[in-house]
Design a binder for this molecule. Structure first.
Ligand SMILES: [Fe+2]
Ligand SMILES: [Fe+2]
Length: 201
């Protein structure tokens, strides 16, 4: 079989669906590569800043790496604005949907809500609510998202910063998206890993 025979899903046979499942599994192996390619596409989006969205994504992830943050934090930070391509009005939720099966809940939550938290820096300039993050108060990850925005997101628009290239992060993206989706040992519900690990000199 190189194609199924059905034209309506309800007519498919067990063999056809098993055949399609094998195809899907093959396709998912390319997720990391497709995401990295999408990040490069970010380079064309959103002019006006001193650096492109790709530059911003790389700079954020570089700061996370240099803070000693773990791989879940680094990959989540690298991809936190990937939704800018197709979901400009809820780019944070879009990125979180991509990450959710593969990284710790803590990181997904911060990516999903970072748009609200970032408003504290510029909401007052654009007629928005700078205190939008306040409705997340009480969440166990609130302080993590404050730190994520302060240390890695709002700070990463500097063309003079020594940003690491995309290829540096490629193995980490490959590793994360090769994980078993929704593995409870990865999701670690309620577990918090620090953003900053002091490094020995
Ligand atoms: Fe963002
Ligand atoms: Fe960002």
């Amino acid at each position: 079989m190189d194609k199924v025979a059905f034209t309506q899903m309800k007519d498919g046979t067990k063999e056809e669906y098993e055949f399609l499942t094998r195809h899907e599994v093959e396709h998912t192996k390319g997720t990391a590569d497709r995401l990295l390619k999408a990040l490069v596409d970010l380079d064309e989006g959103l002019s006006g800043y001193q650096i492109t969205r790709l530059g911003h994504s790389l700079q954020s992830a570089t700061r996370a790496f240099r803070d000693g943050a773990d791989i879940d934090w680094i990959v989540s930070t690298l991809l936190h604005d990937i939704g800018d391509i197709y979901a400009p009005y809820n780019h944070d939720e879009y990125a979180a949907a991509i990450l959710r099966p593969f990284v710790r809940e803590q990181c997904t939550w911060c990516v999903a809500t970072h748009g609200d938290f970032q408003m504290v820096y510029y909401g007052h300039h654009v007629g928005g609510n700078p205190h939008k993050r306040d409705h997340h108060k009480g969440n166990i990850y609130f302080d993590d998202c404050v730190a994520f925005c302060e240390r890695w997101d709002q700070s990463s628009f500097d063309p003079a910063y020594d940003t690491l290239p995309l290829d540096f992060f490629r193995p980490m993206v490959n590793e994360v998206f090769a994980r078993t989706p929704y593995d409870p040992n990865v999701i670690r519900q309620g577990h918090r890993e620090p953003l900053v690990i002091p490094q020995a000199e």
